[in-house]
Design a protein around this ligand. Structure first.
Ligand code: BG6
Length: 516
């Protein structure tokens, strides 16, 4: 994890100690003509080239069902790079990268594809000295994961021998519930060891998400108050203004609960609440994350009815623009019962967090794009300003801003200047861009770099994925058994259904107002 090491130094020292480039290898990109490859993975690889983190002994083999030649694929990916790269491209580096790109066409379930792929990789090894080290990236529909791994096993492509390594990255979602995640874990572990398996959650590629650990564990002043004695509650908001865009087919099968909660939201929960790991090694960090996910109080059927809210957007106005409701989006059934919004109240059963509620909300077509973790502290024990107009005090809030604002801020009371004693709320803020400039990365750079280096810290272990699913499984079951009749129940451009306000208002609290 090069970023983590770098962030531990002061801003003025950040040039010290650049990470080394990865060793020789070929990256094999299943789903090589798909959206993720063009929009994120190729631009991320280009950024690694510009940062000198890819060696000359490197090649990329795209695998897909489109009938392209290598030349056509290079041209396609070149165009994608031009439109999605985060800065202006250097023509030499662009050409250097595309020279190392190849394409193999076939159906993922066809054994003949793997024979062709094996041959292509042998040629690539000779041409680019990639030494038989293969980094397989499965950017396909999850329905192919099991088959691809079985075929990689049967064709010997996943087998590590004679000093070369083989690793496989699985895009999310890993399974669609607990049972299917367990089945997939069992299936892939017949071919791969856990050390070869990289389950991705792209939230862990975000600097601000990695910074949660640094913020908590490299500063002595926060940890002593990071517990039930001082924290009143924690709110996590992941709000999007986009709808389902071109992904209606996938999204309608998944819904927001599966799409966002056991993965992205639970990463934020676990990093915010876990105990200090004994080191930054992947095993130690994963142990603590898994422990906290297993400590989330299981939802009974009764809890699901009271502590889980679902919503679906109808037509509305987002940032001044009229947008259609979910049911009229492309590839979405007109009577869809799929949720596009979820709010949850959950509790963590351990000594640090017992009795502290966690309120989570996430949804599409909300009023603003905004991701944050708000830690609300308990109020000062009594109001000592007797004989003044101050009758109550606000609680302190520490906000970890994940996106689009990136940073940390602390809200506290200050005297409003004047003859009378009046207290107002002020904010102390750290903005990433003020210290480190704006980040030109896609978020996938660190994940690719780490994966190729064999560092699993920013990937998910089997038990973490299963623990996440085991929390949401009872909610999926109850929602399936009791389909709602109230959809759509929020207007696009709002903050979600009114039940989301009630879930927190019942405890005498309210969602933080997010600026639009
Ligand atoms: C993806 C989900 O994993 O994350 C999408 O499938 C969602 O539905 C996206 O829009 C959000 O990611 P980000 O990085 O834009 O917050």
């Amino acid at each position: 994890m090069p970023q983590l090491e770098r962030e531990q130094t002061a801003p003025e020292q950040t040039t010290a100690g650049s990470p080394p480039p990865v060793g020789p290898c070929a990256m094999v990109l299943f789903g090589g003509t798909g959206d993720l490859a063009g929009r994120k993975l190729f631009p991320a690889l280009y950024n690694l080239v510009t940062s000198k983190l890819l060696p000359s002994d490197f090649a990329i083999v795209g695998v897909g069902r489109n009938d392209y030649t290598t030349e056509q694929y290079r041209q396609q990916m070149g165009e994608k790079l031009d439109s999605f790269a985060t800065g202006k491209l250097d023509p030499k580096l662009r050409a250097w990268m595309l020279e190392r790109v190849y394409y193999v066409c076939g159906e993922f379930q066809d054994p003949a594809l793997y024979t062709r792929l094996g041959k292509a990789l042998t040629d690539v090894d000779k041409q680019h000295n990639t030494l038989g080290n293969y980094f397989f990236y499965l950017a396909t529909s999850p329905t192919f994961f099991g088959d691809i791994v079985d075929h990689l096993g049967a064709s010997d492509l996943a087998c590590e021998k004679d000093g070369h390594w083989r690793r496989v990255v699985f895009e999310k979602p890993f399974g669609h519930d607990l049972q299917s995640a367990k089945a997939l874990n069992r299936q892939v572990s017949k071919v791969l060891t856990e050390r070869q398996i990289f389950r991705i959650d792209h939230y862990l590629g975000k600097e601000t998400v990695q910074n949660i650990l640094v913020f908590r564990f490299s500063n002595g002043i926060f940890e002593p108050i990071w517990n039930r004695r001082y924290v009143d509650h924690i709110q996590i908001t992941v709000a999007e203004t986009v709808g389902v865009e071109k992904r209606g087919g996938y999204f309608d099968m998944a819904g927001t609960l599966r799409d966002m909660v056991p993965n992205h939201l639970f990463q934020l929960v676990s990093l915010t609440t876990m105990e200090p790991p004994i080191s930054f090694s992947s095993g130690s960090v994963h142990d603590e994350q898994a422990k906290i996910l297993n400590a989330i109080q299981p939802f009974s059927e009764e809890d699901v009815l009271h502590c889980a809210v679902r919503g679906q957007y109808g037509p509305g106005t987002v940032k001044g623009e009229q947008v259609p409701g979910y049911r009229t989006e492309e590839d979405v059934p007109r009577d869809s019962k799929t949720e596009t919004f979820v709010a949850l109240r959950l509790m963590i059963d351990n000594w640090r967090w017992a009795g502290v509620p966690f309120y989570l909300r996430t949804g599409k077509r909300l009023a603003a794009r905004h991701t944050e973790i708000a830690v609300q502290f308990k109020r000062a024990p009594f109001v000592l300003f007797r004989d003044t107009p101050v009758s109550s005090l606000d609680a302190n809030q520490l906000i970890i801003h994940i996106s689009p604002d990136e940073g940390v801020s602390l809200r506290f009371g200050a005297k409003i200047p004047g003859a009378q004693m009046k207290v107002g709320q002020v904010e102390m803020a750290f903005n990433y861009s003020d210290y480190f400039g704006t980040d030109a990365n896609t978020g996938y750079e660190v994940l690719l770099y780490d994966g190729i280096m064999g560092d699993q810290t920013l990937y998910q272990r089997a038990d973490m994925v299963e623990a996440g699913w085991s929390v949401v499984d009872p909610i999926l079951d109850v929602w399936k058994a009791l389909p709602t009749r109230s959809f759509p129940n929020y207007a696009a451009g709002s903050w979600g259904p009114s039940e989301a306000t009630e879930i927190i208002a019942r405890d005498g609290r309210s969602w933080r107002k997010i600026k639009q």
